[in-house]
Every structure is written in structure tokens, then in C-alpha cells.
Design a protein around this ligand. Structure first.
Ligand SMILES: O=C(O)[C@H](O)C(=O)CO
Ligand SMILES: [Mg+2]
Length: 253
């Protein structure tokens, strides 16, 4: 079983290139991030080359987090910003060999928001396809991000059907989905062909995946038994130095 360190949360005290090196040192096979845009792509590319790791995913720019934004791509009155965020993400992903782009919807609801999201996702799929990049959409939980457009796998499937492009999949974050839906085993089994990336964290505290209401020794074995072999994203908030939270990983090394 392989794991990708989410550097949006892990080793946050380090700059991105050093965080990539720390992840390698700790035994992760790959990395992923949230918003890498302040670090020149060349630096990240070099750190990836040095460590032999792949950047599994990055997010489109969220907009102004301090002003409550959490994505721009399902906001009908901000289409230009949504497109610019997609262009930026595709350029950065291409320059760093990143496999997936999570296109962040933002806080909105209703038919016009869905229409805007579908249009932006088609645009993203078309821009990403020549580089072999997969577009991801991720349902989030409503405790952490009230008002976010996408909160369920049913809605994610509906959006993907409407987009109707070959390179769009679901980012299945077990933490969010346990909070919103539960029934992870059946959902993972049914959805697996449509899943492009899986993430994990303890529930409900979103720390390292070795405690809480989800038994990851069971869930991870199930994922492996279903034939999923891509790296699983460790997207958790360590709450103390990351190196002190890696006991769970050692079991798989
Ligand atoms: O918060 C999450 O689960 C995400 O995966 C994300 O990319 C938004 O920060
Ligand atoms: Mg996630």
C-alpha cells in the first residue's frame, strides 16, 4: 500500500520543496498539495526529481479565503476568475508533472451554479487532456465548509455525467464522506471506477488515521481488495510535529 503526503497539512512549517524531501524521508511514496502557487514550479519540479516522487494532485486557486471564498468554479458571476484559476492550475500541473487537478467549486447552490460548474469543468477537462491530467471534484462536509456547492457523491456523479468528458473523476475523501454519508464500504465498492483519488484522516478530529470512528485498517484493506493500488492521500491535520504522527504509516512500510 502506498501513501501520498498532503503537504497542505503535513510539514506546513517547511517550504514546499523541503516538505517534499521530508515526506520522502518519512517513507511516503508520493506527495500532493493544496495551493502551491507561491513556490516556483521549477523548484517543485527539481525537488520531485531529486526524491523520485510524483505530485499526485493540486487544487485550483480558492479565491480570497479571508473573505470566505473556497473555490471559484461554481460561481456564475465569477466565470472569468474560475477560468483563470483553471488555466493557472493546468500550467502549474504541466510544469511539475502533477497527475490531477482538484477543481474547487466554491460556495454556491442551485441550477445556475451547477451550470457554471459543468461549463468550467468541461473547460478544465479540455485544457488538461493534452497533458494527461485528470480533473477531480471533491464533495466536502458541511461542518468544515458550510455552503460549499458539492457535498455528496450522488451530486458528484450527476455533475460528472453532465460534464461527460473522459478525464473527470471523484476525489473520495473518507473523512468528508464519513461525516456526510457513512456507508463507506458500499460506496467505495460502487464508485471505484469513478474515483480518481482517495484521501484519509481520522473522524471526527481530522488527525492521523489511527483512531476515531473509522477503522482504517479495515477500510484500507477493503480498498486494496477492490483492486485500487494508487497512492492514498494522507490529508490530515497533525496537531503536533508531523514526524511524531507517523506511527500509522510505519505499519505499511
Ligand atoms: O479539504 C479537503 O479535503 C481538500 O481535499 C481540499 O483540497 C480543499 O482544501
Ligand atoms: Mg480532501
Amino acid at each position: 500500500m502506498k501513501f501520498s503526503a498532503n503537504l497542505g497539512f503535513l510539514w506546513r512549517e517547511l517550504d514546499l520543496s523541503d516538505a517534499i524531501r521530508a515526506a520522502k524521508q518519512a517513507g511516503f511514496s508520493d506527495v500532493e498539495c493544496h495551493w502551491p502557487y507561491d513556490t516556483p514550479a521549477k523548484e517543485v519540479r527539481e525537488a520531485l526529481k531529486e526524491t523520485g516522487m510524483t505530485m499526485m494532485g493540486l487544487n485550483t486557486h480558492p479565491g480570497d479565503l479571508d473573505d470566505g471564498d473556497f473555490g471559484l468554479c461554481a460561481l456564475p458571476d465569477r466565470m472569468d476568475e474560475g477560468r483563470a484559476a483553471i488555466d493557472q492550475a493546468v500550467a502549474y500541473a504541466n510544469a511539475t508533472g502533477t497527475k490531477c487537478i482538484h477543481v474547487m467549486a466554491g460556495k454556491s447552490k442551485g441550477a445556475e451554479a451547477a451550470k457554471a460548474f459543468v461549463q468550467n469543468l468541461r473547460y478544465a477537462c479540455e485544457r488538461a487532456a493534452p497533458f494527461g491530467i485528470t480533473i477531480l471534484i471533491e464533495p466536502l462536509n458541511t461542518y468544515d465548509v458550510p455552503g460549499y456547492f458539492l457535498t455528496s457523491t450522488a451530486e458528484a456523479q450527476r455533475i460528472i455525467d453532465m460534464v461527460d468528458e473522459p478525464n473527470i473523476k471523484i476525489m473520495f475523501d473518507c473523512y468528508h464522506m464519513q461525516l456526510m454519508q457513512g456507508d463507506l464500504s458500499n460506496t467505495l465498492r460502487d464508485l471505484l471506477p469513478k474515483i480518481g483519488h482517495i484521501q484519509i484522516a481520522s473522524v471526527p478530529d481530522r488527525a492521523q488515521p489511527d483512531h476515531g470512528e473509522l477503522d482504517y485498517s479495515y477500510v484500507l484493506q477493503l480498498i486494496a481488495d477492490l483492486g485500487y493500488s494508487a497512492p492514498i492521500g494522507a490529508e490530515y491535520k497533525p496537531g503536533k510535529p508531523t514526524d511524531q504522527t507517523l506511527g500509522w504509516l510505519k505499519k505499511y512500510l
